[in-house]
Each structure stands twice: as C-alpha cells, then as structure tokens.
Design a binder for this molecule. Structure first.
Ligand code: TGC
Ligand code: FAD
Length: 392
C-alpha cells in the first residue's frame, strides 16, 4: 500500500467550532491511525484477519468507552470527542471502527447503563483496557431488521438461567471474551445477559468468505443449554428499547465514522487527480473529474455539519433516535457514493490494494446494512415525520 499522506478536508473551517481538547483527541487518533493502522490494514484485509496487535493502541487513544466515566476505566469524554475518534479510526478502516463501536456502544454502554454496580466494576475497566473484548448479540438468522421477533430464550432454573438460541452476523464474536446477548424470558420479555467465554455450551464460529469488512472478525454466537449465572442478567432495563438504546449510541458513532472513510477516499482521489497526466494534462483539469471532486467536498462538508450539530444535541442529551437515524443513513450513503466515484477517478489503479478506496467501498456495503439498513432508517424518519408506521 502507498504511504499514508492523508490531509483532512475542512472546507468550512469547522475546526473553529471544536475545542482545543477535541482537536488534541482527534489529532492523537489521526496520528495513531497513520502510524499503526495504515501500514498493516491492507494486508490484514487481504488476508481477512482482524489485526489483534492494534487492540492496545485502540485502548490508548480512548476508543474503548470514550464517554464512559473514568471511574469505570473509560475516557470520560464528551460525545463530539467520541465522534471524532470514530471518524479517525474509520478513516483507516471501517472494520477497525466496528471493533471499537461494538466494544464501546454495544458492550460497555449497556453494562454501564443497564448493569449493576458489581457488573460495572467487574467488566468495564477490563473492556476499556482491551484486556477483555466484547461482542453484541441481537441479530438472529431469521430476525435481522425485526429483532423483536427473536427466538433466543432463557429459562429460570432457580440458581441460574438456561440460555438457548443462536445469533448471526456478530462483529468480534470469534475472539470475544464476553458477549452481551439479548434473549426472551419465559414471558417473552427481552433481557440482556452477559455470557462469558468458557461457559459450557457457548460457541462462536467465524463467518468466512466476506467481501466486506475483511479486517473485522464476524461470526455466530451459539447457545446450547448454557448455564448463565443469575448475576449476569442486566437488571436495570428490559424490553426491545434496551438494545435499541445501545444502537442509538453506535449509530451516532457510525454517522461520524463514515465521514472518515469519505474523507480518505476524497483526499486520495484529489491527490491522484492532480498527479495523473492524460492527454498532456493532470486529470484534475478536466471538468468531469472536477465535478466529481467538487460534489464530494460539498457532501462531506454537509455531513460534517450534520454530525457536529448532532454531537452538540447529544452532549445536551437532546438528540432523538430519529435524528440519529437520519445522520447514520445520510452519512453512510454519502460515503459509499464518494467511494464509488473516487474509485473511478483512479481508473484501473482504483481496484488495487495500493490505494484504500476499494477497501472502503466494500466495507461501506456492510456499514450501510448493519445497525439498521438504509431502508429501515428511512422508515424511521418517515414514521417520525408522519406518525404513520410503515414497517409492518
Ligand atoms: P418499536 O415497537 O418501534 O419499539 C420497541 C420499543 O423500543 C423503543 N425504541 C427505542 N428505544 C431506544 N432507542 C431507539 N432507537 C428506539 N427505537 C424504538 C420504543 O419506544 C419501544 O419502547 P416501549 O417501551 O414502547 O416498548 O419496535 P419495532 O419492533 O417496531 O422495531 C422498530 C425498528 C424496526 C426501528 C427496530 O427494530 C430497528 O431499529 N431495527 C433495525 C435492527 C438493527 O439496527 N439491528 C442492529 C443489530 S446490531 C449491529 O448491527 C451491530 S454492527 C456493529 C458494528 O460492527 O459496528
Ligand atoms: P433483513 O432484515 O432480512 O433485510 C433484507 C432487506 O429487506 C434489506 O434491504 C432491508 O432494508 C429490507 N427490509 C427489511 N424489513 C423491511 C421493511 N419493514 N420495509 C422495507 N424493507 C425492509 N448484528 C448484531 O446483532 N451484532 C453485530 O455485531 C452485528 N455485526 C454485523 C457485522 C456485519 C459485517 C454485518 C453484515 C451485519 C452485522 N449485524 C450485527 C447484523 C445487521 O445488523 C443486520 O444484517 C441488519 O440489521 C439487517 O438484517 P438482515 O441482514 O437480516 O436483513
């Protein structure tokens, strides 16, 4: 892969709206990605391996639980800092951002928000340091967009719960130490359970042959009569709203992360267009290429503004789920379109691993599907503005 020469676009001087702390956090994450992710990520993606060597670095830049209070090992940062960290990581690779999103918003967040004090103290510091890695089991083979239909279930056996079922498409599952698993009790009410590696009947087979998110490990969570200690049930929230609340936090991070992938594609294409000579001129001098690049920077700037305003609302605890859906949907769609256009600017070189664009493009095919598909987020906006539910 070519050396990482990334320079971040900031067409509307949005840095002026960030604090010195935001910029320091962002620049630290950016430097880490350049130093520790860019040199290895193409190889990891080609080999379809999650590069475990970067786990300590992710913990050091505060990517595991950026907004989790420091007393539990988190970084105690605000939501804009969290967004900026996700942006920088996804600038490197969406799969690496996935690992950080799952750890922070889908594993640490529910333990922090819905867990007991004992659970917080037992799990959060180890998750923040990367000593423990987590996964989040909501999706099932027959229940993706409609998680409320899940069939994974647990029965009260007196001194423990007995868990049965299966989850599919689970990021980090093949190497996770703990999994936050959503399952129905005997009354059909959804609860979160912390399942730990080593519990008998719990297995995590890997899903192979992905053309997307190749540097992220994806797999199943299978439960065959798993005895889960009663103290591993998350006591403070139940119902579908509990896992959906975690998704709000992860979707917010993705709205920022997608900007990172788009910025990398734009920056790469702009540099290439200025250097590549055809018909005696840099291709950047042709109107058709300028149209692509001008539209890209316009869309990136709009997405940056959307994410920043959402971050302000989230800091004030005023961001609605529907607002988060709009930003996730818009920004991922923006990024995937930019990746496709940027790849064309590179011509044949765009399909090689010499450049990051094709990897981003393929990664974004997962990002536009997970955490609620493009369609589902549109329907969430539709419901919000009309009051009419078009899901069912
Ligand atoms: P519905 O009846 O609308 O809602 C059930 C209850 O949940 C509440 N609620 C929410 N609460 C918090 N945050 C949200 N975003 C919420 N949305 C709804 C709602 O108020 C209600 O509460 P209550 O108290 O009245 O019971 O539920 P529904 O069954 O009609 O479904 C709605 C729908 C389709 C929007 C929802 O199911 C959905 O979002 N589906 C998409 C599924 C999804 O996003 N799955 C993601 C799996 S995790 C993942 O992809 C990780 S990838 C990670 C990575 O690698 O980065
Ligand atoms: P389906 O729900 O079957 O949807 C198929 C198509 O139908 C989509 O186009 C969808 O938009 C459309 N559709 C569905 N319902 C409607 C409707 N009501 N109206 C109109 N159109 C509709 N899940 C986890 O729990 N944890 C994870 O860590 C995780 N990581 C993932 C990692 C990867 C790489 C991938 C690909 C997925 C991951 N997922 C994870 C699962 C992800 O959240 C689901 O794939 C996603 O929610 C969609 O579910 P599905 O794939 O079953 O598609």
């Amino acid at each position: 892969m070519k050396p990482d020469l990334f320079e971040a676009p900031d067409y509307y001087n949005l840095d002026d709206l960030l604090t010195e702390e935001h910029k320091l956090i962002r620049d630290t994450a950016r430097a880490w990605v350049k130093r520790d992710v860019s040199p290895i990520i193409e190889d990891a993606a080609q080999k379809a391996e999650f590069p475990k060597s970067i786990i300590p670095g992710l913990a050091e830049i505060g990517a595991f639980g950026p907004y989790i209070p420091e007393e539990y090992g988190g970084a105690g940062l605000d939501q804009i800092s969290y967004g900026l960290i996700m942006q920088e990581i996804e600038r490197g690779d969406s799969g690496v951002r996935s690992t950080a999103s799952v750890q922070s918003s889908l594993v640490m967040y529910p333990i922090w928000k819905y867990g007991s004090e004992e659970q917080r103290k037992k799990f959060l510091p180890k998750l923040a340091s990367g000593e423990f890695m987590g996964s989040f089991g909501l999706t099932e083979p027959d229940h993706g967009s409609n998680p409320g239909g899940m069939v994974t279930n647990f029965k009260d056996k007196g001194d423990h719960y007995l868990l049965n079922g299966a989850k599919l498409w689970i990021s980090n599952s093949p190497f996770c130490d703990v999994a936050v698993v959503w399952a129905k009790n005997e009354e059909g009410r959804i609860h979160g359970l912390i399942v730990e590696r080593g519990m008998e009947g719990f297995s995590t087979p890997e899903t192979h042959n992905k053309w997307s998110l190749r540097a992220s490990a994806t797999g199943e969570l299978i439960f065959q009569d798993v005895k889960v200690p009663k103290e591993n049930l998350l006591p403070n929230k139940s119902g579908l709203g509990a896992p959906l609340g975690c998704l709000d936090s992860a979707r917010f991070g993705i709205a920022w992360g997608a900007i990172g992938a788009a910025m990398d594609c734009y920056d790469t294409a702009l540099r290439y267009a200025k250097e590549r000579i055809q018909f005696g001129k840099p291709i950047a001098a042709f109107q058709l290429q300028q149209k692509k690049l001008a539209e890209m920077i316009t869309e990136i700037t709009k997405a940056q503004l959307l994410a920043l305003r959402l971050g302000q609302l989230k800091n004030e605890d005023r961001a609605t789920s529907a607002q988060i859906s709009m930003a996730k949907r818009n920004n991922v769609d923006m990024a995937i379109k930019i990746a496709r256009e940027a790849r064309q600017i590179l011509g044949g070189m765009g399909i090689t691993g010499e450049y990051s664009i094709m990897r981003h493009m393929m990664n974004l095919e997962s990002v536009i599907t997970y955490e609620g598909t493009h369609d589902i987020h549109l329907l969430i906006t539709g419901l919000d503005i009309t009051g009419e539910n078009a899901f069912k």
